[in-house]
Design a protein. Structure first.
Length: 247
């Protein structure tokens, strides 16, 4: 799991910048709409919708935008129909990449993702070519400032967490997917402020590349992340510190 939080940190920083320009709201709205369509419009009984709303609020998405996205999902108001599409491939140096999209035009999305891979030294692969390298996990991120590491760790483990890492100024807690809500609730009830809690694809092994190749991998990941139809970009890139510092 080494390096997982470095790319997550860069994504979060970029999302915060995009939020200032309102650019991220379209992606947040799509996720809310699809979550509501699949599991209903009540976040109390729809964990995916609840997580999507919490994320939208962290980026100060207006309440009316959130409500409108939910109503599109439940069919109360008309809107585009989005489908979930996943692409897999390799970046420079053999780094594994998974790209999850929500799109209303599969051909457009496939063309844009393929172009990004080819332009930045990667190769778009077939379905399943890298998915086996990742496992679905619950991932909880907590800022370390003012927190007692042992106390937070014991609360998480007692609630069912399977791993705890102190990395890059954050506590990263990993759970089985079904245990995410229980661990999150236990931490919140103990007064621990959570930065983010979500289901994620976590690499079981990482690929380390250095120098110019590492810079090319990061550029490819950033270009993919910036595509309008892309919701999440996962990678097993073990990012060197110097690349992280310059991102």
């Amino acid at each position: 799991m080494a390096g997982h939080s470095k790319w997550a940190n860069i994504k979060h920083k970029k999302a915060a910048q995009d939020a200032k320009r309102g650019k991220i709201y379209t992606k947040l709205a799509r996720e809310i709409t699809v979550a509501a369509r699949e599991g209903g419009g009540d976040p109390e009984f729809n964990p995916r919708l609840r997580a999507a709303i919490e994320k939208a609020k962290k980026f100060n998405m207006p309440k009316e935008n959130i409500e409108r996205a939910i109503k599109r999902g439940t069919g109360e108001i008309a809107g585009e129909t989005y489908e979930e599409v996943t692409y897999e491939g390799y970046g420079p140096g053999g780094v594994a990449i998974i790209v999850k999209c929500l799109t209303d035009n599969r051909n457009r999305t496939a063309s844009e993702v393929r172009h990004a891979f080819s332009k930045h030294g990667g190769n778009l692969g077939t379905s399943g070519c890298v998915a086996w390298m990742f496992k679905r996990k619950g991932v909880i991120t907590i800022n370390v400032e003012g927190k007692d590491e042992e106390e937070v760790m014991m609360i998480a483990i007692d609630a069912g967490a399977e791993d705890f890492v102190n990395e890059d100024g954050q506590f990263i807690i990993y759970t089985q997917p079904q245990d995410l809500e229980n661990v999150k609730k236990a931490l919140e009830e103990a007064g621990v402020e959570i930065e983010e809690a979500k289901l994620d694809l976590v690499p079981q092994n990482t690929t380390r590349v250095e120098g110019e190749t590492a810079q090319k991998v990061l550029k490819l990941l950033e270009v993919l992340e910036d595509l309008d139809d892309v919701q999440e970009v996962y990678s097993n890139f073990d990012m060197p510190d110097e690349v992280m510092d310059n991102a």
